[in-house]
Ligand binder design. Structure first.
Ligand SMILES: [Ca+2]
Length: 240
């Protein structure tokens, strides 16, 4: 029985892994910057021109975000932090800022320690309705400036060093020198690239967000997805 469970469990993880990685591949194509081909699920078996046998290259296994874990400094009802890591673009996390100056954060966890060099961020996709607004259908909670910190244990944190933003057509998606990053105020999916780090936790700190025509909501931050892209480092196993 245990064997069967293990098998099913592994299959479940692999299935999720493919789904998340496919999403990242699609984004990379949109960004037209990088061919993110390392997750190809099929081994490269094309014959090369010389016909010689290609030596097997060990490819690190992708590591998945823990879809059962996500924490936020605050969340609106029906918009929990785990909605940012559920691989469903239509569900989202929404902060519920108290206005007391507390930083708005979203923390996600990988299933194991991994090498991470990018995060895919998508704001809430649906517009919100507010009858009191002159523009009752509007976007709110668009992250426009943030910082990402990483941790091995969920206690000690260091900021990552952003290198490039992909998928931001506004020209405002930039990596800043002070290790923060800026995004255009739109609801597109962006990929925040940074220098690779070894981590199990990533924490987004929202520094600025945007809501059109509704200053009262400008402190709100949303994430339909905030998903690290990572691989397990190949490590030499010491022989005991
Ligand atoms: Ca979601």
């Amino acid at each position: 029985m245990k064997k069967l469970f293990d098998k099913q469990n592994k299959y479940g993880i692999r299935k999720l892994s493919i789904g998340v990685c496919s999403a990242v591949i699609g984004l990379s194509l949109l960004g037209a910057q990088t061919a993110y081909a390392t997750e190809a699920s099929e081994p490269s078996s094309q014959p090369n021109s010389a016909g010689a046998a290609t030596p097997a290259v060990e490819t690190p296994e992708p590591v998945m975000v823990d879809s059962a874990y996500a924490e936020a400094s605050s969340s609106k009802e029906n918009a929990p932090a785990t909605n940012a890591v559920d691989a469903d673009i239509n569900t989202y996390w929404e902060s519920a800022p108290t206005g007391d100056g507390e930083a708005t954060t979203l923390t996600v966890k990988m299933s194991e320690v991994a090498t991470v060099d990018k995060v895919t961020y998508t704001p809430r996709q649906v517009t919100t309705q507010d009858p009191s607004s002159p523009n009752p259908k509007h976007h709110a909670g668009l992250l426009t400036k943030g910082q990402i910190d990483y941790s091995l244990n969920g206690t000690d944190w260091e900021p990552v060093a952003p290198t490039r933003i992909d998928g931001d057509s506004t020209g405002r998606g930039v990596a800043n020198e002070d290790k923060t990053f800026s995004l255009g105020a739109n609801n597109n999916t962006r990929v925040i690239n940074f220098q690779p780090v070894k981590a199990q936790y990533l924490r987004l700190t929202a520094l600025e967000s945007w809501a059109n025509n509704l200053p009262a909501r400008s402190g709100v931050v949303t994430a339909a997805q905030f998903i690290p892209s990572c691989v397990k480092p190949i490590e030499e196993t010491p022989q005991v």
